[in-house]
Every structure is written in C-alpha cells, then in structure tokens.
Design a protein around this ligand. Structure first.
Ligand SMILES: Nc1nc2c(ncn2[C@@H]2O[C@H](COP(=O)(O)OP(=O)(O)OP(=O)(O)O)[C@@H](O)[C@H]2O)c(=O)[nH]1
Length: 245
C-alpha cells in the first residue's frame, strides 16, 4: 500500500477572487476553468510531487478561502507552512492592501514561534553537547535538536500578482506599479512573480521556485522519515475541494 508523503506545506493566501484556486488548478491540472466564479469555502488541499533533478519534492498545497468570513480559518492553515504564496490581483489595488495584511500576519506569527524555538534550540544544543553525541541512540537529543533547527526555518513568502493576461491586453488596467510591488517584495524578503492562470504565464516557475527553495534549505539535514504520511494514495495527487455552488 503506497502513501502520499508531503515534504513541504504551502499555503495560498489573498483576498477573495484574486485567483488562488485558478493558480492551483493551472499548476496541478494544467487547465483554466471558465464559467461562474465559485468562492472557496474553508480550504482545499492538493499534494503535488515535483521532480527536481534526481529528487522528488512533494508540495502539500492548501488553497484557503479569501473571504474575510474565513479569516480565522486561514490562520490555522498557514501554521507550520514552509512557504506562503500571497496573491493579489494586478487590476485591483484593494487586493494589494489585503496582501500586505497577510504578510504582516505571517511575520507576526513567525516572530512569536521563532522566539520560543530560538530559546529551546539553544538550551537543547547546549544539553546535547554536554551529554555527548554517543547518547543519541538512547535519548533522542540530537534528533530533537535537528527538528528544532528545522523548525527555526522561516516560512518563505512569495508575492504573486495575478491575472497578468488582463494587463497584457490592456495596460491601463494595472493598478499596482510593477516597481512598487517589487520594492515591497524586497522589503519583506520575498520573491515576486506576476502570473496568469489563463495563459499559464509564470505559474510553473512560481511553484518550481517554491520546491527548489525548500530543497536548497536546511531540510537536507532531516532524515528520510521526516515527511508526513497522508494515508493511502489513489493517484499522484488528490484534491479535496470545497466550493460554493
Ligand atoms: N483573466 C483572468 N482571470 C482569472 C485569472 N485567475 C483567476 N481568474 C478569474 O478570477 C475569478 C476568481 O478566481 P479564483 O481562482 O476562484 O479566485 P480565488 O482567489 O480562489 O477566490 P476565493 O476562493 O474566493 O478566495 C474567476 O472568475 C477566475 O476565472 C487569470 O489569470 N486571468
């Protein structure tokens, strides 16, 4: 019986209707759904394996609901995420304000967790040195130490301006200047992408970068068993979707 293993949790955040679900649909199913817009309720999940050279990294992508009604729920989904794709609609300046809100949320959450883990990390590091490495087989000290080291890795933020096909068709529709968005991304240490789920422009590049960054991070120190098993595998991925009809 095979199982799905998720290596990195990724969360999609942003105002409603900015195109989060469409980004995931384009990336996972290579399609753009036309027809009436259906808002996400709660969140939807999909696991997607990505080949990086000889290695496969499986992203567990949480597509959250953008509606403010579900704001508290979305906070639950970004906990423990290694990457957050914060989306805004290039043709809607209010969605950029909402993106700023989510970035602040992520930064606040990171700060608290980081402070707690930082203290634990140093206590444990000192204890581990004191007790000696040979005790690793009996007291799990170095393994805990490694887990905390990994937990200290920050959630990387990717700022994503969506629907760039609309801008290509009519430049006057752009409401957020490219350089302003780029400056904001730099200020928060994020990668910046402008994508179109309609044409597929930059979508693969965005998720590939997320997987690549994960792969290049200190995660390589984790042992093979560190992934999270998600139960029986039916296909290369599954997608539990909650949409309003
Ligand atoms: N032209 C164009 N339209 C897009 C694009 N991405 C999404 N849309 C449209 O924008 C609307 C909202 O897209 P969704 O992907 O459902 O947005 P969402 O952010 O998941 O919305 P919530 O589930 O409410 O949070 C739909 O009508 C999509 O067809 C794009 O790249 N180009």
């Amino acid at each position: 019986m095979s199982t799905i293993r998720v290596d990195a949790k990724v969360v999609m955040l942003g105002k409603e209707s900015v195109g989060k679900t469409s980004l995931v649909e384009r990336y996972v199913h290579h399609r753009f759904l036309v027809g009436p817009y259906q808002n996400t309720i709660g969140a939807a999940f999909v696991a997607k394996p990505i080949q990086l050279g000889e290695k496969v990294v499986t992203l567990g992508i949480w597509d959250t609901a953008g509606s403010e009604r579900y704001e508290a729920m979305s906070r639950i989904y970004y906990r423990g995420a290694r990457a957050a794709i914060v989306c805004y609609d290039l043709t809607d300046s209010s969605s950029f304000q909402r993106a700023r809100f989510w970035v602040k949320e992520l930064q606040n959450c990171e700060e608290v967790i980081e402070q707690v883990l930082y203290v634990l990390y140093h206590i444990l590091k000192w204890e581990t040195l004191k007790v000696g490495f040979f005790l690793s087989s009996v007291n799990n000290g170095p393994r805990l130490h490694t887990i905390l080291f990994v937990a200290l890795q920050q959630c990387k933020i990717y700022l994503c301006g969506t629907k760039n096909d609309l801008i290509t068709a009519d430049r006057s529709l752009r409401q957020i200047d490219y350089h302003d968005a780029q400056d904001f991304a730099e200020e928060i240490g994020a990668q910046y992408f402008e994508t179109s789920s309609k044409t597929g422009n930059n979508v693969d590049e965005l998720f590939h970068k997320v997987a690549e960054d994960y792969n290049n991070a200190a995660f390589q120190f984790m042992s093979e068993e560190s992934g999270v098993d998600l139960g029986q595998k039916k296909d290369s991925y599954f997608y539990s979707c909650c949409h309003n009809n």
